[in-house]
Design a binder for this molecule. Sequence first.
Ligand SMILES: C[C@@](CO)(OP(=O)(O)O)[C@H](O)COP(=O)(O)OP(=O)(O)OC[C@H]1O[C@@H](n2ccc(N)nc2=O)[C@H](O)[C@@H]1O
Ligand SMILES: Nc1ncnc2c1ncn2[C@@H]1O[C@H](COP(=O)(O)OP(=O)(O)O)[C@@H](O)[C@H]1O
Length: 281
Amino acid sequence: MKSLTLKAPAKVNYRLDVLRRRPDGYHDLRMIMQRISLCDEITITLSDMPGIRVACGREGVPDGPGNIAWRAADALLKLSGRQSGIDIAITKNIPVAAGLGGGSSDAATVLLGVNELLGLGLSTERLMEIGVTLGADVPFFVFGKTALAEGIGEILTPIEAVPPLWMVIVNPNIPVSTAWVYGSLRLTEGRIGDNIPRFFKGVADVCAVLSNDLETVTISKHPVIGEIKEMLIASGASGALMSGSGPTVFGLFPSEEGALEAARSIGEVSGWFVTVARALV
Ligand SMILES: C[C@@](CO)(OP(=O)(O)O)[C@H](O)COP(=O)(O)OP(=O)(O)OC[C@H]1O[C@@H](n2ccc(N)nc2=O)[C@H](O)[C@@H]1O
Ligand SMILES: Nc1ncnc2c1ncn2[C@@H]1O[C@H](COP(=O)(O)OP(=O)(O)O)[C@@H](O)[C@H]1O
């Protein structure tokens, strides 16, 4: 049977400005999004037995239609009119409900993989259009490059000049609902959003844009996020920020050695999920 094994990377948001609430309840954003080397692994296998089957085996992640990867396969099967069976096995390494986009990345990877396995020949743009019907962050992972993301996250402009960066990713094992965070946000009237620079020569340039409008919402419920930021800075990070709706925090380091040392010291005292990752280019 034809099969593909693909990596589905996590993301961090170097910047997240919430511009306005839309009539459909979503929010217009301006974000800088970066894929990182922390990845889920997905094996997609075509089968003679019709139907879609997802096996993940991680607590808090559904195996059936509740899984966004299942819905991605279903969307492509319906569009193509094919009767194939699809088996999807997910090895989940990305913390769940963490602000790291794990589900969105799994869905994008299934769109790309099923398109290839079934020889559908759908363009990246078409897959991004299908992606946004599954979730606002899915088009970014189909796009596959560091990007300025606008609209609800689906209008993407590539950012070419991204320096090599190491980061320490810290997740305090508290799931956070993205819908709750957006629902609890008190928007400043007339937020225009700053002009975000698009060229980053080094870690200092990236640190200069670090900002997340959702941070105060999630920190007010989980103050430990603020403590993690302080720990990362005290351990030598050049900058630290909550990713997306949280609660995961990333700290930026110009060298791998600095990141490894910080991860070791924070991991020793905390019992949290702590790992070192690279920014993907
Ligand atoms: C905050 C961000 C930043 O990258 O990431 P995460 O923290 O989820 O990783 C994203 O905006 C999350 O995107 P995603 O998680 O794909 O969102 P969806 O599943 O489409 O929507 C989940 C919930 O968030 C709200 N939502 C999402 C995107 C957006 N631009 N405005 C919103 O108000 C929706 O109203 C919905 O109730
Ligand atoms: N493939 C998947 N991976 C992770 N979570 C999934 C997946 N499919 C559905 N979910 C559900 O989506 C919710 C958000 O998960 P996730 O994408 O990890 O969060 P975030 O958007 O904060 O990065 C979780 O509560 C989980 O139950």
